[in-house]
Ligand binder design. Structure first.
Ligand SMILES: Nc1nc2c(ncn2[C@@H]2O[C@H](COP(=O)(O)OP(=O)(O)OP(=O)(O)O)[C@@H](O)[C@H]2O)c(=O)[nH]1
Ligand SMILES: [Mg+2]
Length: 463
């Protein structure tokens, strides 16, 4: 294979001989720094020239689906409503003339090179080298040393950040670190409507999975977290969108297009560790057989998950469906760790019900199913979700505002304070991983602590 000789580096690999082999699930977990892109404050003319340069340079590489989707995001984020195909294509000829002649990238050279590295060659040094080589054919030779420094900084961590806005470098670094982390795949299982999707939403602190009273999760959903909040939710579901609309996020594509969908987003105030949650249709012997079949088929392939989060609806403990389900989990867990989340305890009434009794009764059922020392976590998933939404400043509906008022009342009642079941886990410990952060809404944080969710997060993310 012939190697092309580069100016500074020993060799570069011809771009068309490399195939990028990073799995699309991994790519979806990249945090994208576009909301704070330095070009955002430039004129429409500069932005459209910049985009033309980016599009023309990138398309020479034969774009992957991911790079293509990323370019789409650049378009909408930089030009928004000003974007038209004509606007960008009209600039292309002037931009791609000899070494971007009419468009010297002004002061945005480093940013342009950075974007090319990110779109085409993130985490792939050899491909980055090829991008550098081709960039040098496009940019003025005055800028060669800057491009070289940037390459060294990004791929070899050698040099200074001053050739790049610090924000961009922080995103790149966080993504690189995140990709190196080992992560656990958590399979979330339950009978129908026990609150699997609501629990995942509570962990994320935003609504990313559809949840409703009737059977609604109808396929396997992979949900990944990202290292930094970039304010984008990505979804791969037949089509790939890196900034999916709420409607599309909560709706599955037509049956037959794909048998699973993948979503990624930053998880608000969960621990930072990289992780994946797998939301599954309810396993329920008497209801939807098709949904049950999907989950059972998935569980058979035990190697696809590392631990099970088993959600139990506290109002159905001891029923036939619940016990059949526990036997099923025992058979399939195959020595993997299982965390039993006892959910919907907010529906218990302090006059008639006992949370202690519910925990004990579940423990007895689990022992009968041969689980030794089962790990049981009582949690209020729905209240935890709404409290996190409030803490993180999400818009709340009228109903959600009212619900939070109710939670404020009942979580202050010792009967509903679930933190008492986690005595060794103080609120200080729950917040220790956020050291140095200013906590704005202390009251809601305190209520959140009482929902039991922070302890569950601690268990899931610290293994
Ligand atoms: N009261 C109360 N309701 C909850 C809680 N968690 C979930 N729910 C409600 O239970 C219903 C079902 O929740 P989902 O999260 O969709 O349950 P699921 O297990 O994902 O359901 P399927 O995917 O259809 O099997 C919804 O109406 C939720 O609002 C909770 O902690 N308390
Ligand atoms: Mg669901």
């Amino acid at each position: 294979m012939p190697l092309l000789i580069g100016r500074i580096f020993d060799f570069v690999v011809p771009f068309n001989l490399i195939t990028v082999n990073i799995d699309i699930h991994n790519k979806l977990t990249f945090s994208i720094y576009l909301k704070r892109h330095p070009l955002k404050n430039e004129s429409v003319d500069i932005k459209s020239k910049y985009l033309s340069a980016l599009v023309s340079f990138s398309t020479e590489y034969g774009l992957s689906d991911y790079s293509n989707a990323l370019l789409q995001l650049y378009r909408t984020e930089l030009l928004g409503n000003d974007f038209t195909d004509n606007l960008v294509s009209s600039k292309i000829n002037s931009v791609i003339a000899y070494r971007f002649k009419d468009f010297r990238l002004k002061s945005h050279n480093s940013c342009f090179c950075f974007d090319c590295f990110f779109i085409l060659a993130f985490n792939n040094r050899a491909l980055g080298n090829s991008v550098l080589y081709r960039l040098k054919k496009k940019i003025h030779f005055w800028h060669y040393s800057k491009a070289d420094s940037l390459y060294s900084l990004l791929y070899n961590r050698v040099g200074k950040v001053d050739c790049l806005p610090e924000d961009l470098y922080a995103f790149w670094n966080a993504n690189v670190g995140f990709q190196k982390e080992f992560y656990l795949k958590n399979l979330v299982l339950a009978t129908m409507s026990a609150g699997k999707s609501t629990l995942i939403n509570a962990l994320a602190g935003k609504k990313i999975c559809k949840s409703q009273l009737m059977a609604c999760t109808a396929r396997i959903h992979y949900i990944y977290n990202k290292p930094i909040e970039d304010f984008y939710i990505a979804k791969l579901d037949g089509n790939l969108s890196l900034n999916v609309t709420d409607d599309k996020l909560l709706t599955d594509s037509a049956d037959g297009v794909t048998d699973a969908s993948v979503v990624s987003t930053f998880f608000n105030w969960s621990q930072d560790a990289r992780s994946c949650f797998i939301d599954s249709p309810g396993v329920n012997s008497s209801m939807n057989k098709h949904h049950e079949g999907i989950t059972k088929e998935f569980v058979k392939k035990g190697e696809l998950f590392d631990q099970i989060i088993c959600v139990i609806d506290a109002t159905t403990i001891g029923t036939n469906d619940s016990n059949t389900f526990l036997n099923f989990i025992y058979e399939k867990a195959n020595h993997k760790r299982v965390i039993f989340v006892l959910n919907k305890l907010d529906l218990y009434r302090c006059e008639d019900d006992s949370i202690e009794e519910a925990i004990n009764s579940l423990r007895d059922d689990l022992k009968r199913c041969k689980f030794v020392n089962p790990l049981i976590c009582p949690v209020f998933a729905m209240p935890a979700l709404l409290l996190k939404k409030k803490i993180f400043g999400y818009e709340l509906t009228k109903y959600e505002h009212r619900a939070i008022e109710d939670y404020r009342y009942f979580l202050n009642d010792p009967f509903y304070d679930l933190s008492k079941y986690y005595k060794e886990f103080t609120i200080e410990k729950a917040l220790s991983f956020r050291e140095g952060e200013v906590i704005k809404d202390k009251e809601c944080v305190d209520l959140l602590y009482r929902t039991g969710l922070p302890y569950l997060e601690y268990l899931i993310f610290n293994r």
